[in-house]
Design a protein around this ligand. Structure first.
Ligand SMILES: NC(=O)c1ccc[n+]([C@@H]2O[C@H](COP(=O)([O-])OP(=O)(O)OC[C@H]3O[C@@H](n4cnc5c(N)ncnc54)[C@H](OP(=O)(O)O)[C@@H]3O)[C@@H](O)[C@H]2O)c1
Length: 279
C-alpha cells in the first residue's frame, strides 16, 4: 500500500524512518512531499526507492492513506490545496493536537484520524496516541493500529485528553532531557566535576533507569523505595523534590494547556473562516 507524508520536518521524517526501520513499510511504499524540496530530497537520498511528489495534490492522488505532518498554522494552505482531490475512501491522519478531527472532517471527505507520535518512535519505542474519527471503519482502525504497533505502543485516548497525553508522551522526552542536563550542569557549577563526566553519569543513569522500568520489573514507585533507604541521603533528596518540583509541573501543565487553547482558537479561526469564504 502506498503511504503518503505531507511534511518531512522533524516528525514526518521520524515517522518515515521508523516505518522503514521497523520493516513495516518499504521505501518504495512511501511518497513524500515537503514545502522546501531539499528536505524531501535529503530523505529520499537516504532511502533509495522513496518517491517525492511534486505537490500535495499529486501525493494525495496516489495514496489511500496519507499523513499530515505539518504544524497547526500550516493546515490551511495544505487543506486548500488538497480538498478537491481527496476522496471519501481515503484515510487522512493528522499528527497535530490542536487541529480537531471534526474540523478536518468538515474540510475533507476522507476518513480522519488523529495519531500523535513521539520522538521515541525513532527507536521503535514510546506510545502513539490514537484518536479515531467517526468515519473510520473497524478495519481501518485495526490497520492503523497494526501500522503504529510496528513502531510504538498505540494507546487509544479521547480527543479531549490529547493535550495532556501529548505532554506526557511527546513533550516529556524534551522536558526530561532538559531536567537531566540541568542536573548535570548544576553539579558542575556546585562541585567542579568535569562537565563531560557529569553528562556521562546522567546519560548512563537514564539508560539504566529506562531498562529497569522496561525489563527490571520496577515501577516508578518501587524504584524510589528500593533506592531511598529510611534516613538516607536519597530520602532527603526525594522529600525536597516532592515539595519543590510538584508546583513546577502544575505550572507546566497549565502553560501547555493555555498554549493549546490559544492554538485551537487560532486553527478554528483559520479553518472556519476559509470554509465560510469558500461556500
Ligand atoms: N516534534 C515532535 O516531537 C512532535 C511530536 C508529536 C507531534 N508533533 C506535531 O507534529 C507537527 C509537525 O511538527 P514538526 O516538529 O515535524 O514540525 P516541522 O519540523 O516544522 O515540520 C513541518 C514540516 O511541514 C512542512 N510543510 C509546511 N507546509 C507545507 C506544505 N504546504 N506542503 C508540504 N510541506 C509543508 C515544512 O516544510 P519546510 O521545510 O518548508 O518548513 C516542515 O518540513 C506539529 O503540529 C507538532 O505538534 C511533533
Amino acid at each position: 500500500m502506498n503511504v503518503g507524508f505531507i511534511g518531512t520536518g522533524n516528525m514526518g521524517r521520524t515517522l518515515v524512518e521508523a516505518f522503514i526501520r521497523s520493516g513495516k513499510l518499504k521505501p518504495s511504499d512511501i511518497i513524500i512531499n515537503n514545502r522546501t524540496r531539499s528536505k524531501a530530497d535529503r530523505l529520499a537520498e537516504t532511502h533509495p526507492g522513496l518517491r517525492i511528489a511534486d505537490n500535495s495534490r499529486e501525493l494525495v492522488r496516489e495514496t489511500p492513506l496519507f499523513f499530515l505532518c505539518i504544524k497547526p498554522g500550516e493546515f490551511r494552505p495544505v487543506l486548500d490545496e488538497i480538498r478537491e482531490t481527496v476522496r471519501s475512501e481515503q484515510i487522512a491522519v493528522s499528527i497535530t493536537s490542536p487541529v480537531m478531527i471534526r474540523d478536518l472532517e468538515e474540510w475533507l471527505p476522507a476518513k480522519v484520524a488523529k495519531i500523535i507520535p513521539s520522538i521515541n518512535h525513532a527507536v521503535l519505542a514510546g506510545n502513539s496516541l490514537f484518536v479515531p474519527g467517526n468515519r473510520l471503519t473497524a478495519d481501518d482502525q485495526q490497520m492503523l493500529w497494526n501500522l503504529f504497533s510496528a513502531i510504538s505502543q498505540p494507546l487509544r485516548i479521547e480527543e479531549e485528553h490529547t493535550r495532556i497525553a501529548s505532554d506526557l508522551a511527546s513533550c516529556s522526552p524534551a522536558f526530561f532531557a532538559q531536567l537531566l542536563e540541568s542536573l548535570a550542569n548544576t553539579a558542575v557549577k556546585e562541585t567542579g566535576i568535569p562537565q563531560s563526566s557529569a553528562l556521562s553519569l546522567v546519560n548512563q543513569m537514564t539508560q539504566g533507569l529506562a531498562r529497569l522500568l522496561a525489563e527490571g520489573g520496577f515501577t516508578l514507585q518501587s524504584l524510589q523505595e528500593r533506592v531511598a533507604v529510611p534516613g538516607g541521603i536519597t530520602r532527603e533528596g526525594l522529600d525536597l523534590l516532592n515539595k519543590e518540583v510538584s508546583p513546577v509541573f502544575h505550572e507546566l501543565i497549565q502553560l501547555t494547556h493555555a498554549k493549546y487553547d490559544h492554538d485551537v482558537k487560532k486553527v478554528k479561526h483559520s479553518l472556519g473562516h476559509t470554509a465560510k469564504k469558500n461556500m
